[in-house]
Design a protein around this ligand. Structure first.
Ligand SMILES: *Cc1c(COP(=O)(O)O)cnc(C)c1O
Length: 387
């Protein structure tokens, strides 16, 4: 049996990453918008049926660009879950926008779509659903509400690339969407991201914002005879070297998904007995959702149980980790007037959730070892959840 320590995450190399990086060097363009950038865009648009896509430095950058494209002004509001990564909120907050947090659904930990309507005011500019763990939010309802109020939908699909809602790829459903290639995600290049755009009228402005507020892309296409400063913007372009690395990962899109499915299914099999006996709960995937197996988490009886189990696993060299501290209870969240007690489902679930080690090359025997220690911990105690 393998007794070495089990990390939480381990970035996967699909095979051709270095070869493609070497190619990009030999092509003589390592800055941006070379062959690999184009190849990544083409592959993403074709596989996920996107209107267009822009390679950027991170999902955070993509969210910042989306905020600018939503034409937000100070005092405007966006609706988002509190149970998410800081960037979902920060991208809008840095433009003077107030984050309006709604609670999550107890089954998927995704934004509770039944709470959105009540949160809308005359200042609401956008809804930002976050597809937690690669399981889709209830997009039909969210899109319907947004259309009725004439506001944007920006999908934070950082964890949702190559996952589907009623057959449609996440990131292809809202006006815009964002992917992340941070090393903890399913498809990686160290740091990187994509802004997806499904409403063509946003594309030209998005290109300008990405390229320091200049119309350089139009100049390259021959649409204008010189390039100049035309709008706000920043340097959000992803290096061709990173795109070369990423392209090797995107070519292995299905292979990587299959590896992760196996890991996910193994956990389900190994921990199914404990769920039946009421010791823990495993992820729920609604029928209309096709996941990309981004993560495997378990929900324990209460926070004390979660924290002790996490500690116990660490003592046995297993790095299981908790996830988001709800944004509404963070110091920044409090500065907007939020308080503990306002989003009970978020507060409850975030304290009980434990993410298990999850990476493409984790072995079955490592997963067995994790399951055995979870079993031995829960067997010793009266940690069963109420029926
Ligand atoms: C990882 C993540 C981000 C940020 O992605 P970066 O590429 O690191 O900027 C944003 N939102 C969610 C939900 C994430 O999981």
């Amino acid at each position: 049996m393998d007794e070495t320590s089990i990390p939480f995450n381990k970035p996967y190399v699909a095979g051709k990453e270095l070869y493609y990086i070497a190619q990009s060097i030999s092509f003589g363009n390592i800055s941006a918008d070379g062959r690999f950038t184009k190849a990544c865009n083409e592959l993403l648009c074709e596989r996920f049926n996107l209107g267009s896509s822009l390679m950027v430095t991170s999902c955070t950058s993509a969210l910042e660009m989306a905020a600018i494209l939503c034409d937000v002004e100070p005092g405007d509001e966006v609706i988002l879950p509190s149970y998410t990564f800081v960037s979902t909120a920060n991208a809008f907050v840095r433009a003077g926008v107030k984050p309006v947090f709604v609670d999550v659904r107890p089954d998927t930990l995704n934004m509770d779509e039944t709470q959105i309507e009540n949160a809308i005011t005359s200042r609401t500019k956008a809804i930002v659903p976050v597809h937690y763990a690669g399981v889709a939010c209830e997009m039909d309802t969210i899109t319907e509400i947004a259309d009725r109020h004439g506001i944007y939908v920006v999908e934070d699909a950082a964890q949702g690339m190559h996952a589907y809602y009623k057959g449609r790829a996440l990131g292809s459903i809202g006006h815009m969407g964002t992917y992340s290639y941070h090393e903890t995600k399913n498809y990686v290049c160290g740091e990187g991201g994509t802004l997806t755009i499904n409403h063509p009228e946003l594309t030209t402005r998005a290109e300008i914002i990405r390229d320091k507020g200049t119309n350089r892309q139009q100049f390259f296409r021959g649409a204008v005879d010189k390039y100049t400063w035309v709008d706000v913007g920043s340097s959000y372009v992803l290096s061709e070297l990173s795109c070369a690395f990423l392209y090797a990962q995107l070519e292995a899109l299905d292979e990587i998904r299959a590896l992760r499915k196996q890991v996910f299914d193994n956990y389900r099999d190994l921990l199914g007995g404990l769920e039946k006996e009421g010791f823990l709960q495993m992820p729920v995937i609604p029928d209309e959702c096709d996941t990309n197996y981004h993560m495997f988490y378990i929900l324990l009886k209460d926070q004390e149980t979660r924290d002790s189990l996490m500690q116990y696993l660490r003592e046995h060299d297993i790095n299981a980790v908790f996830h988001y501290i709800p944004l509404h209870t963070s110091p920044m969240g409090r500065s907007f007037g939020y308080r503990e007690g306002q989003l009970p489902v978020t507060e409850d679930l975030s304290g009980r959730l434990l993410r298990l080690p999850f990476f493409n090359e984790i072995s079955f025997s490592q997963q067995e070892r994790i399951s055995d220690w979870i079993n031995s911990f829960l067997a010793q105690r009266t940690y069963r959840m109420a029926a």
